[in-house]
Design a protein. Structure first.
Length: 123
């Protein structure tokens, strides 16, 4: 079970790296990479599976992280995934799927990603 947990943790980190990297790479461009949505979906699903495997396999015998923390991270991840989906649809109207996206939408995705990383590290 620990190996499976580690695989999901790895996928979770890679997903958030794709979201943050995709945001930073398009900071000066009007669009947002479609991969940002895929990274957010990967991080969301991997995070849920990671918690499920940890609870099922009793990997958090010492109590693990609080469920409040997991709930906050889940909520923020869901919001990021929805916003990234909306940005992907908005950008699909442009050339090659990377058309312009409302700047507020793009920067909200970046800010919430940093919030989610901060909650994971500092809580």
């Amino acid at each position: 079970m620990e190996l499976l947990y580690n695989v999901f943790a790895f996928l979770h980190f890679v997903g958030w790296a794709i979201v943050l990297g995709g945001y930073l790479a398009t900071l000066r461009a009007p669009g947002l990479y479609r991969g940002v949505f895929h990274g957010a979906a990967t991080a969301l699903v991997a995070g849920v599976l990671m918690v499920g495997v940890a609870e099922m396999g009793d990997l958090w015998a010492d109590g693990g992280p609080s469920m409040a923390k997991i709930g906050v991270k889940l909520t923020v991840a869901l919001v990021i995934a929805v916003l990234a989906f909306l940005a992907k649809r908005q950008g699909a109207k442009g050339d090659n799927g990377t058309g312009p996206v409302v700047p507020g939408l793009k920067h909200t995705i970046g800010a919430l990603t940093l919030v989610n990383i901060g909650v994971a590290v500092f809580w």
